[in-house]
Ligand binder design. Structure first.
Ligand code: MEV
Length: 313
């Protein structure tokens, strides 16, 4: 039996903007999707035991099948000529926004490689997972599969004409965050397409917002390297405003962001595609993390207490 894992993530800065070639900052979290793959005869079967938002597994089923098809082609298999039983589990919940699709693609690609004794590098796994991600995100930037493959805190810039810029950012120490789930399953592909459509219709407005988002990413990188967490929090809030302006937030996300800020979070924003899914709050210290987490739980939402910037997950 072949085994593999992929990390979940939060995007600190730049979701959606990264699709269009702007830089973003992403951190893997200490939760993974794990896969096991066993060769069989007949058809591919999937046993999906990931916990998550209600309906997540069912709603993603068609995209999941397409992603496996794409993955097999990228690995050089004739999809109809191979069959395996795939098991999916792990402690990364199937909440939209946490890179669950990319984590599962990386986990499955690694498990298939293991089962068939292919010795694939991380770079190759990342390329294969990127192909699989197209089923979930249409024109993905590659930021989610990159975080799912390598882990850590990363600067990412999509490069249309060659290798993407991927740079490790070292934090002085890992920082506590709280992830809050709206419980709404979102469709990243539709969200990405809608942004591209609106950008085309309003080039001036979007041009300005995109310029700000680019500046924000560079300032945020500096603040992270200087470990200026107050500044990082402020910039996260600004990033959330920009995401509101491009219409990818929703009232449920905004409510959780406001709640976290009221409780003293240094900053809070949606993470990932938006339109539901998750937000996260920067809550340095265990005590602040607990305060914010409990307030979100009290409001009836599921939370994850975790950290950004963990080097070795
Ligand atoms: C999704 O986690 C992040 C998006 O920017 C899509 C992508 O980068 O592929 C919305």
């Amino acid at each position: 039996m072949g085994k593999g894992s992929g990390f979940g993530k939060v995007i600190l800065f730049g979701e959606h903007f990264v699709v269009h070639g702007l830089p973003g900052i992403v951190s893997a979290i200490d939760s993974t999707t794990d896969a096991e793959v066993k060769k069989t005869i007949g058809e591919i079967s999937i046993t999906d035991e990931r916990r998550g938002a209600k309906g997540y597994v069912g709603e993603k089923k068609a995209q999941q099948l397409e992603s496996i098809d794409r993955m097999l082609k990228a690995m050089g298999f004739e999809p109809k000529a191979v069959a395996f039983n795939i098991w999916l589990g792990g402690n990364l919940p199937g909440f939209s926004g946490l890179g669950a699709s990319a984590a599962s693609s990386v986990a499955i690609a690694r498990a298939i490689a293991d089962e068939f004794n292919l010795r694939l590098s991380d770079e190759r796994i990342n390329e294969i997972a990127y192909e699989a991600e197209k089923a979930y995100a249409g024109t993905p930037s590659g930021i989610d599969n990159t975080a799912a493959t390598y882990g850590g805190l990363l600067w990412f810039k999509r490069n249309l004409n060659g290798a993407n810029d991927i740079e490790k950012i070292s934090l002085r120490q890992p920082v506590e965050i709280v992830i809050g789930s709206t419980g709404i399953v979102a469709n990243t592909k539709a969200m990405v397409e809608d942004v591209a459509e609106r950008k085309k219709k309003n080039p001036q407005k979007y041009g300005q917002i995109f310029k700000e988002a680019e500046k924000l990413a560079f300032t945020a990188k500096k603040a992270l390297l200087e470990f200026d967490l107050k500044k990082v929090g402020e910039l996260m809030n600004k990033n959330h405003s920009l995401l509101q302006e491009i219409e990818v937030s929703c009232k449920e996300l905004d409510c959780l962001v406001d709640l976290a800020l009221q409780q003293g979070a240094f900053g809070a924003k949606l993470t990932g595609g938006g339109g539901g899914g998750c937000m996260f709050a920067l809550t340095p210290t265990k005590a602040l993390q607990e305060k914010v987490a409990q307030a979100i739980e009290k409001a009836g939402h599921q939370v994850l207490r975790t950290k950004i910037g963990v080097e070795k997950l």
